[in-house]
Design a protein around this ligand. Structure first.
Ligand SMILES: Nc1nc2c(ncn2[C@@H]2O[C@H](COP(=O)(O)OP(=O)(O)OP(=O)(O)O)[C@@H](O)[C@H]2O)c(=O)[nH]1
Ligand SMILES: [Zn+2]
Length: 200
């Protein structure tokens, strides 16, 4: 098992609330605002608390999320579709949002995890500064490494606010990324999984 790539990032330190708040105050000054006016007085502290939540996944371990498994003897495809995603683009630090679809074929023992754990895994990786491609592969690789299923398919469909509220300004454009592992790489199995994913 190559857990190194999923138990990342090793470099993530503790969340430094005061440092984040001080930086937000600097940004307010930098944009020409008065951080001491009434409406902004609590903003650095508020943003720091929001960032602690938005980036909580930096300090979470996917192995803890997937530690609950059951031997149900079900060894066929399981899919949780339309998992709401909120992440933060690492280039502009603005959100990207959409849905994730996570499916897997349990291993021959029928070892499965709780359905909510798939959504928790998505959240864990989404709550880091991200690009959608890495988010997609991290979810797939964590499932493969920790649950050791026969196959995994992960699809994300997201709208990036850095492409809609600023820059190129293309509201409504969706970025679709997928990661397919193990037996789901097989064309027929993959096509069947995709048909269940796009049905919604
Ligand atoms: N591949 C990928 N690119 C992303 C993601 N999120 C944002 N980007 C892109 O990152 C790129 C950063 O490009 P730069 O030219 O360095 O930054 P910029 O001048 O702000 O670019 P524009 O957004 O085109 O105005 C942009 O093309 C974004 O659309 C992502 O999840 N995956
Ligand atoms: Zn961006």
């Amino acid at each position: 098992m190559t857990l190194d790539r999923v138990v990342l990032p090793k470099q993530a330190g503790p969340f430094d609330h005061d440092r984040v708040a001080a930086a937000v105050r600097e940004i307010l000054i930098g944009i020409g605002e008065d951080p001491d006016r009434d409406g902004l007085l609590d903003t650095p502290d508020r943003v720091a608390r929001a960032y602690a939540e938005m980036f909580a996944g930096l300090r979470q371990d996917p192995q803890d999320v997937l530690s609950t498994t059951f031997d149900l003897g079900h060894d066929e495809f399981v899919l949780v579709r339309d998992i709401e995603v909120w992440s933060c683009c690492e280039h502009h630090l603005v959100p990207f949002t959409g849905v994730a679809h996570v499916g897997y074929i349990p291993n021959a023992d029928g070892r499965i995890t709780g359905l909510s754990k798939l959504a928790r895994l998505v959240d864990l990786y989404a709550k880091r500064p991200q690009v959608q491609e890495r988010l997609t592969t991290q979810v797939a690789d964590a499932l493969m490494d920790i649950l050791e299923p026969r196959g995994v398919i992960v699809v994300f469909e997201c709208e990036h606010l850095c492409m809609t509220m600023r820059g190129v300004r293309k509201p409504g454009s969706k970025t679709v990324t997928s990661a397919v592992r193990g037996q789901l790489r097989n064309a027929a199995t993959r096509a069947e999984a995709m048909s269940l994913i796009v049905r919604g």
